[in-house]
Design a protein around this ligand. Sequence first.
Ligand code: SF4
Length: 679
Amino acid sequence: MSMTRTTCPYCGVGCGVLANEDGTIKGDPDHPANFGRLCSKGASLGETIDLEGRLLQPKINGEAADWDSALDLVAEKFSAAIAEHGPESVAFYASGQLLTEDYYVANKLMKGFIGSANIDTNSRLCMASSVAGHKRAFGTDTVPGTYEDLEQADLIVLVGSNLAWCHPVLYQRIAAAKEARPAMRIVNIDPRRTVTSELADLHLSIAPDGDIALFNGLLTHLAETGRIDTTYTSAHVSGVAEAVEIARASNLNDTGLSAQDLATFFELWGSTNKVVTVYSQGVNQSQSGADKVNAILNCHLATGRIGRAGMGPFSVTGQPNAMGGREVGGLANMLANHLEIDNADHRAAVQDFWGSPTICTKPGLKAVDLFQACAEGKIKALWVMSTNPAVSLPDADGVAEAIANVPFVVTSDMIEKTDTNALADVLLPAAGWGEKDGTVTNSERRISRQRAFLKTPGKARPDWQIISNVAARMGFGKAFAYHSPADIFAEYVALDTTLTPAPRDLDLSIFADVDYNQLLPTQWPRNGHRFFSDGQFFHPNGKAQMIAVTAPKLSKPRFALNTGRNRDQWHTMTRTGKSQRLGAHLAEPYVEIHPADAIELGAKPGSIIEIESLYGSALLRTLITDRGPQGQLFAPMHWTRQRSKRGTVNSLTAPVVDPVSGQPALKTGSITAQIYRAA
Ligand code: SF4
């Protein structure tokens, strides 16, 4: 049977997949991310490629339309809004599901031809705090780690990361490495005891948002036990004394951990040279997310445990192409190719390369602010690409109202009936996974091909083509005359290799002579190159910067809501919801609640609990468990209004963001809970 070599469309591990149009799916034994492994989601991909529920032709106000009419209308409405209200009156909201080529073209249209930076993405919900932390510490958004580091480490610290469910193949690789090398130690830092904790030698049930106090405590311990590598820091790191001084003021009681657990963790971390600290949404999705990231980076920089095999901080991305999106500037505060909007030389270089009539001069609206601007009537035309913000953003009901408030809304999507599409004036049918070609970048900076192995159904088109079609109708046809994703990738590589501003981390020269059709999974800047191995960072002085971070004042609501994901579902279930096998795992919306809280509320297993916040309410079935601490409820965010009439979890979450990164705090919302119906 002939199999097409492609990449899984779910998480940021970026596993290689062999796929056939009859639905046969296998792990790619030659892909360096997974070496043939797949998790339950990846293995079920064949069950999700039918056409049920697909958007197969353009629609205008709910009526079938031809492509020309729909594209003309989109271009006309965007052009009219720009002419009447200026470029800041329009916005794109994109997705980590987009391929790098799609992202590149959308970013080029908005920043270089419309002249606004109002293009943000649901990746803002995934890793924006890590991007901000990297830039502050390293001078660039550089992820220094590789998956091999995890297998070579003697200590892996997993912070705010349920890897077993959210990055399962990475978890499998770590589990296999630990089995082969039982001396490897694993510490899991998470308020909840998750499946990931079962692999850990030590589980630290940290207080919500206690991470800065913990890593400041670790930094203090490193200083007091003489473990700061002063030879390394004096040559390569700035800001050490200030960071240590501020760290000393942190109160370890804020961690919620016992003195014994703290001592064990500090000593283990301090005495182990090969440490990798892995972190994801429990760190990033916080009002102090960027500071948490820097608290972690500080400890690695202070000890020089970075840039060598088996050690370093490692942010793992949630989305399959969160990394590719940030490479091509798919965030409102970045230009393409890791260049800075705030830097006039960078702006000039990109504008010159694109030959564009304009270039954005200031950062645009980040996700939560973007929809707030919609609510305030500042956005006159909005394009949502391959995502469902009316369910996935915090204050989801408020976001739905905000979208409804925009005079003209267009969505491009492969699914017809989503909560967001219901609010759109124009629906554009997008080709989905298996139907289009392009590239994605995984958490270890490895660029892999997604390849089509199915016929594009109905009148669907790939996103890059839809965006280019609209750009042409707005008068920018010459700059968007792409014939294939290969053309776009070549331009992206050329932009990088012809740029003069330096220093930058993103070096795509390895791809300059590569045949796109034959492109093998390849890490930038060069396979096997280890960032920071020479002690050189990207700040102008060549040094890394430790950031003095202060632990936030913690409030203790009676009930706090932690949100997250299930093992077998992906985001708002548009694809995984099609698989009966995946749906059987956890079949309906639920909330985990501690036994003592259940007694207080009079709830039994299966009772319905009514949860309310300042923003909305939802009815969720109780799953009574002591996995999480008393007072903390946990609910997955997958179910949409269309799948559950009982309200969505993100209608409860607050539109509160980290002031540095703009990433929403989705883990610690204050709620009230009461019994709605006994089991
Ligand atoms: Fe897909 Fe992630 Fe599972 Fe790999 S670990 S198969 S990329 S969902």
